[in-house]
Design a protein around this ligand. Sequence first.
Ligand SMILES: Cc1cc2nc3c(=O)[nH]c(=O)nc-3n(C[C@H](O)[C@H](O)[C@H](O)COP(=O)(O)O)c2cc1C
Length: 413
Amino acid sequence: MNEILLRNRGTANLHTISVYREQGGYRALEKALSLQPDDVISIVQESGLRGRGGAGFPAGAKWRLLTRYRVKTVYLICNADEGEPGTFKDRYIMEFDPHCLIEGMTIAAYATGAHHGFIYIRGEYDWIERVLELALAEARTEGMLGHSIMGSGFSFYIDIYRGAGSYVCGEETALIESLEGKAGRPRLKPPFPAASGLYGEPTVIHNVTTLSFIPFIIINGPDAFKGIGKNRKEGTKLFGISGHVNRPGLYEYPMGTALRELIYEAAGGVRDGKGLKAVIPGGLSAPLLRADEIDVEMDFPSLNAAGTMLGSGGIIVLDEDTSIPRMAQKAAAFYAHESCGQCTPCREGTHMIKFLIDRINEGQGTGTDLEHILKLCRYIRGSTICAFGIAATMPIAAMIVKFRSEFEALLRS
Ligand SMILES: Cc1cc2nc3c(=O)[nH]c(=O)nc-3n(C[C@H](O)[C@H](O)[C@H](O)COP(=O)(O)O)c2cc1C
């Protein structure tokens, strides 16, 4: 079996608790509650599950950090901000399989000792929030959530919090600030949320899809998860493929699947019989790959070795007619708009980059502009509190380095 999260795709009314339970739903929670929390953590650790929100930190290790705080209040947060351009995986789970997420959250809460959880959902997903509210109500009514779940004595409550459209609020500490009612600006780390997160208490935070893998891992065991995947055996990954392909959509493939296979087999190749120019492999923040670089395997280390990243798994395919300077212009506008303004290099630098890229696209760029942009990218990277500085500069630098002649052709002199 190569599908975990999408294995029930197409099942009518999967979002209701009755249909979810017909598919075996909530059996994993029942099993988890019969184990010791530490045993649940060991199973997740053994599975090798790595966070699917971008950074790929091992989930079990994160949970283990929390156990030293069992005597204190622990919070669990589901990061459903899904702000990375080109990404549309979390919304599928929440809209069509919300109980899978609720079950995964409840198991994670039991393992880490959390009694209160939050789903921080992207503000634009208003209809999905309603689907989630209904699912939470059903779970409470059937005793899968709330006081003494399934009579176990373990209680867990989930609230939904809607974001207000800020990309930076997907960064875990900015999200926590926002959840506390403050401006969504990242905190300095350390301390990491596992030590001091929401309201200063130990907090575990995961992406929607990371949490949604948990029921499968508990029911089927760590080996069933590890058994999937090409070389590194890291389970599956949801890939949202968009751009110039014949069949854009959401696909689930084993980790380590070749990017070429995803583009040409899953998504049916480049549309209108056109040639491929470049691919963004992991959401806009992932540096793009040229057409001759797509034989890379889609897993964390392989993409890092290729100078890019797996990120959110949002694959954006660009055909031969795409203007990379125009693409860079759109990216620069996005990052300048989304910088939270807390760190001077990012606040000023992203606008400076936007100004220079706009100027180049208008035919007014000068001979030193490209070097100037690359220098700004280097300055911003590493001099900001959060990884937004990296996210905002790496893709633009890669566009210039890999497609320099396209930018040079637009320069005035
Ligand atoms: C600028 C920025 C935006 C981010 N946006 C998201 C997001 O929308 N969703 C998400 O799950 N993680 C996002 N992250 C990553 C989170 O900070 C964090 O690593 C993640 O929620 C941890 O979950 P995981 O362990 O399941 O990967 C973002 C990070 C940065 C730097």
